[in-house]
Design a protein. Sequence first.
Length: 70
Amino acid sequence: MINKYRCISLWQPWATLIAIGEKKIETRSWNPYYRGWMAIHAAKTKKALPKCQEEPFKSSLEGVELPRFG
């Protein structure tokens, strides 16, 4: 049986925003022509985490536990 599920890798906070339904549009230049269940992989980076303290991300992520990078 062929696995028909797909996965997308995103940096935080975008991975969490998609998972909680706050980010509904992905703006990549490619179109996967795929409709169905998709796994979300939160790729590790420190570059995007400061965005979590800026609006509208801060209020959207309120109460959500994000990973801590040491």
